[in-house]
Each structure stands twice: as C-alpha cells, then as structure tokens.
Design a binder for this molecule. Structure first.
Ligand code: BEZ
Length: 212
C-alpha cells in the first residue's frame, strides 16, 4: 500500500537503542519525525545523526520527537553511537531503530531498488499527533539532509493547522504568510487578521504571521 500525505503512518513494534517501542504509543500526543539512514558507520549518516541530536531542544520546543531507522542491528547502532558523539560533539538523545529484518523499511517504502537493492534511501516522514503523515521528503544516500529545513516544515505545518494561512517560498518562522484564497468574506478577514493584510493580487494576500 503506498503512503500518501494524510495516510495514517503504519504502526510497528521495534527494538531501538533506547529499548522497545510500539510506534504509535511512542508518538503519544506529540509530533514525530521518522527518518532512515542507509547504513551504520558511514560518514554522511554520522554527521546527520550528530546534527539532529544537537537540535533536539528545537524539536522539543515544537513538541516533536525524533526517531531514526537503519537496516543494521541495535547492537551495531550502540557501537556506532560513541563515534557519532565523539566526532560530532553531540550526545545522542533519541532512539535509533534496529531494522535488520527491514520491517520498518518495507512498511515505509524506504528501499528504492533502482537506487540500492538492500539499503534504505534517506526518507523523512513528519507525522502529527493523530498519526497522520503530514510531509514526506526523500534524499539519495549521497546527500545529507538539512535538519533546519525539517524544523521549518514543522513550523509551517503547525502554524497552518491553527490559522487560515499558507507559507510562501523560503518562509521562515516570523515572516509574512499568505492568506488562503478560499477566505473571501471581508468581516472574517478582519476578524482573523487584525494586524491587516496587503493585497498584491486578489489571489495573493500577505499578512504578518498571525501567532507572533
Ligand atoms: C553515508 O552516510 O556517508 C553514505 C551511506 C551510503 C552511501 C553513501 C554514503
């Protein structure tokens, strides 16, 4: 079954570097980022996991838990963690799933045979507290992810869940937002956007970020 935005993230049980998890219970009432890395003891993955660990406070602020997965064993992950901490000046502070049987990798379609028969690509799934997949991004093994961008997407999702806005190109927290085109009633516009808004085109209206 293919996964789409809005699909319920498949649930699973797995062993991790922080003990066993049942995925949906582990998410609880928070947001989650599930991301795959191709293999333990590889350079790009080492930098990514260190960076993610160093950004944990930022993810916490957004009520978002991180969990990584690769097709190596928890035992191998543990051996690798010391290298990550030493070389990336990081303290590993989120679980890494051991997925030797490729159960999670298959559930989430993380193995792309045209890229590699056995290893996962760099998948990112952003999942909301209702366990719905809200964003999916896929990178090749050769390209390390930008975790600041992942935080930016979470900011956009959480903002646009609460207000009738969308976020324009290169938006970051604090920038102006666009008002959703469906909202046309002048009284409602005034009520929802007391800071005012600017009409660039009838379909392109900018307003200061409503929750700032
Ligand atoms: C890496 O994380 O460095 C990596 C993993 C698999 C293929 C290429 C690079």
């Amino acid at each position: 079954m293919s996964l789409h935005l809005g699909s319920i993230a498949p649930d699973f049980e797995a062993n991790t570097t922080m003990g066993p998890v049942r995925f949906h219970d582990w998410i609880g009432d928070q947001w989650a980022v599930l991301f795959s890395h191709p293999k333990d003891f590889t350079p790009v993955c080492t930098t990514e996991l260190g960076r993610a660990a160093n950004l944990k406070a930022e993810f916490d602020q957004r009520r978002t838990k991180m969990i990584a997965v690769s097709v190596d064993s928890v035992e191998d992950h543990h051996k690798w963690l010391g290298d990550i901490e030493e070389t990336q000046n990081a303290k590993m502070n989120f679980p890494i799933i051991g997925d030797e049987q490729r159960k999670v990798a298959q559930l989430y379609d993380m193995i792309h045979p045209e890229a590699n028969d056995t290893l996962t690509v760099r998948s990112v799934f952003i999942i909301d507290p209702n366990k719905k997949i809200r964003a999916m991004v896929t990178y090749p093994a050769s390209t390390g992810r930008n975790f600041t961008e992942i935080l930016r997407v979470i900011d956009s999702l959480q903002l646009t869940d609460d207000y009738k806005v969308a976020t324009p190109v290169d938006w970051k927290d604090g920038d102006d937002c666009v008002i959703v085109p469906a909202l046309q009633d002048p009284a409602e516009l005034e009520r929802r956007f007391p800071k005012g808004y600017r009409v660039v085109r009838p379909y392109l209206r900018l307003t200061p970020q409503p929750n700032k």
